[in-house]
Design a protein around this ligand. Structure first.
Ligand code: M7G
Length: 325
């Protein structure tokens, strides 16, 4: 059963060429207030990229106003604080009854039956691939492989980080910021990841985004960056303890390698939540990263790092072409 988080106002959606949603590359929007437009009502489904009955999610590729779009629908957990209201206000349809056992279809009132919806529009081919269920392969990338294969690929192909700059410049999500240290060298912005609807703490997920724009990923870090990493660790944990009363011992704090977005950011997730991408093949605990850099300033520049790539990832092809797979 999910413990609740204080209610936050639903977002107002601005109308634009994607029927109300904003793409990765546009300006952000930060308005609160009631929802007024439904950008997904005109969505034309092309194909389901991935779905999971267990996670109650579906990732769909389609078109919105002639633009490529991806929508992600996710049934949200049942919340303890609204349970009583839900049981009182719902209608029940009996499915079967046998001795002491009976099953029903419960129809909850709409406000207690929300589906978290993420819209990416216009979506690029890379977004579509990111969400397509795919076979994955482990790559072992040496420091030299990074310079020769990965870095040129990142420079030519990576996702736009415009959404990150919008956050840092308060052009988007400013009202969602949980904590900010504005220092240009060691500062960062801490805010809810867009995977978290902030309705319950069980799946708490925040990201700390560094103000510095010159660090692409784990690979770039040296001991010179320790003050930044330690600052994110200390102040990020303090801010989460203060806002959500969750102690550091209940949080998983890590960096992804490879990340999807090449601007340094750190993931803070509830230890009890198996967040996508928290497995050993992709997540690097911030405390380990700090210790490794303390032991060897060039640890992440020189060591071989293992990570998964999807079958149709163009980077996988580059490693194949280089005879590395
Ligand atoms: P990542 O390790 O680069 O890639 O993490 P991943 O998406 O494969 O995990 C980037 C993180 O930023 C992810 O956890 C995303 O859910 C989150 N994220 C991505 N976008 C585009 C946004 C956004 O616009 N706002 C917020 N708050 N989080 C985002």
């Amino acid at each position: 059963m999910a413990a609740a988080v204080e209610e936050s106002a639903p977002k107002r959606l601005k109308s634009d060429s994607c029927g109300g949603a904003r793409g990765d590359d546009g300006d952000g929007e930060t308005n609160g207030g009631p929802a007024v437009l439904s950008p997904v009502s005109g969505f034309k489904t092309e194909r389901v990229l991935r779905d999971s009955a267990r996670e109650k999610t579906v990732f769909v590729h389609g078109k919105m106003d002639e633009q490529e779009a991806v929508i992600i629908l996710e049934k949200t957990p049942i919340r303890q604080d609204t349970l009583e209201d839900m049981l009182k206000a719902s209608t029940l349809k009996l499915e079967m009854k046998n001795d002491i056992y009976s099953t029903y279809q419960l129809q909850a009132p709409p406000h207690l039956n929300e589906i978290k919806t993420t819209v990416i529009c216009p979506a690029t081919e890379k977004h579509v691939k990111k969400y397509l269920r795919q076979e994955t392969f482990l790559i072992e990338e040496s420091g030299d492989d990074y310079s020769a294969i990965t870095l040129p690929y990142i420079n030519s192909q990576s996702f736009s980080v415009q959404w990150v700059y919008n956050i840092l410049e308060k052009k988007a999500e400013a009202d969602r910021i949980v904590f900010e240290d504005p220092d240009p060298n060691v500062g960062f912005v801490l805010l809810p990841d867009f995977k978290w609807d902030q309705k319950q703490l069980d799946d708490l997920y925040l990201i700390a985004i560094a103000h510095r724009r010159d660090i692409k990923s784990l690979r770039d870090l040296t001991s010179d960056d320790l003050p930044l990493l330690k600052n994110i660790q200390k102040k990020g944990l303090e801010a989460i303890q203060k806002r959500y009363s969750i102690p550091p011992s209940k949080l998983r704090v890590y960096l992804h390698y490879q990340p999807s977005y090449y601007h340094l950011h750190v993931h803070f997730t509830s230890l009890d939540y198996e967040a996508p991408g928290c497995g050993v093949e992709r997540a690097h605990l911030l405390s380990d990263v700090i210790q490794n850099l303390q032991a060897d300033s060039h640890y992440y520049r020189s060591r071989t790092i293992t990570f998964p790539l999807r079958a149709d990832d163009a980077l996988l092809l580059k490693f194949k072409e280089a005879g590395k797979l």
